[in-house]
Design a protein around this ligand. Sequence first.
Ligand code: GAL
Length: 373
Amino acid sequence: MFTKTPPMGWNSWNTFADKISEDLILETADAMIERGLKDAGYEYIVIDDCWSLRERDENGDIVTDPVKFPHGMKYLADKIHEKGLKFGMYSCAGVKTCAGFPSSYHNEFRDAKLFASFGIDFLKYDFCNVPQGANGPLLYHTMSLALKESGRDILFSACNWGADHVETWIRSCGAGMYRSTGDIMDKYNSFRDIALSQKDKYAYAGIGCFNDTDMLIVGMKNKGNVALGGCTDTEYKTHFAVWCFCASPLMMGCDLRNVDETSLALMKNKGLLRINQDVECRTPFICGDNGKNGLCWFRHLSDNEYALMFVNYGDKNAEITLDLDKIGLWDGCGHGLKIKDVFTGKTETVSRTKTKRVDAHDCAVYVCKTVEL
Ligand code: GAL
């Protein structure tokens, strides 16, 4: 499926892992609607690993676990479509998924047909248990061709964790998004390290294929499968802001049925989503660095607007400076920036430099326009 802006939705893995069921998926779809997340743009409900039985049937097809999903996947897909949402599933390029379930190596065309018969709109394709000597990139090409032949328009979400210089070839195989990093955990250092590791990779993201820096941990509050201490509200705010700023797909990972109001408001923040979903999909660049992991980022948006972010990945409060010279507004050019805080709505004009005091692990994000001084 051709995707013009970063896909948005929910995935079962971060919180639930193998504890998935028809009830959970339908309740999550309802929560997505009732909590205003569908209206905010989230649309995919994706079941990750652990949805099938351990063996294929006598025809060679993967069998949906009848205890977890008593009415089967077609029923679930139909229900999700009736709610106006899209349905995603998971397989893997190896002989077994990461959790040891049947996987699509040398069964790509058969499995793609089965997934299409269920009515899926999205396939996440993992990279565990690939036979030695197999060509990783070609395995993604094969499944992409199989999905295209399957008769449904399916978004191909590759997940090889950044291996094989994936950013250089994944677009050529037809994927709509691809994991550019290892797995995220629900703790500050995990998303900070992912974010810092991606600084030079953002130019590979763009219309049609987006760098997936992994599912969101916002609102997990140290509960569920990838819990590793949890994050503060400030840290979730920075995580979400950075994922938005850098055009990552936004796949929520918390329990939407019980998500707290602060996390919910954050994931619906209009200014941040406007940046994430900008139709021009331009690359953010660093325009300030305090040498202690305090960075200032700038990004061109559509409609002659811009996005500006101060982010302090350091463990102490710090000052980070934006110098307009660094975005091309040279001293004496007669122009500055009018900036609007996406969290408070407060506006101000920057005529030369702006030094922002940012708490440890916090950020500030603005949508801007140039102004004549
Ligand atoms: C990992 C993948 C995770 C999740 C998990 C399922 O390889 O990165 O996002 O899908 O497998 O077993």
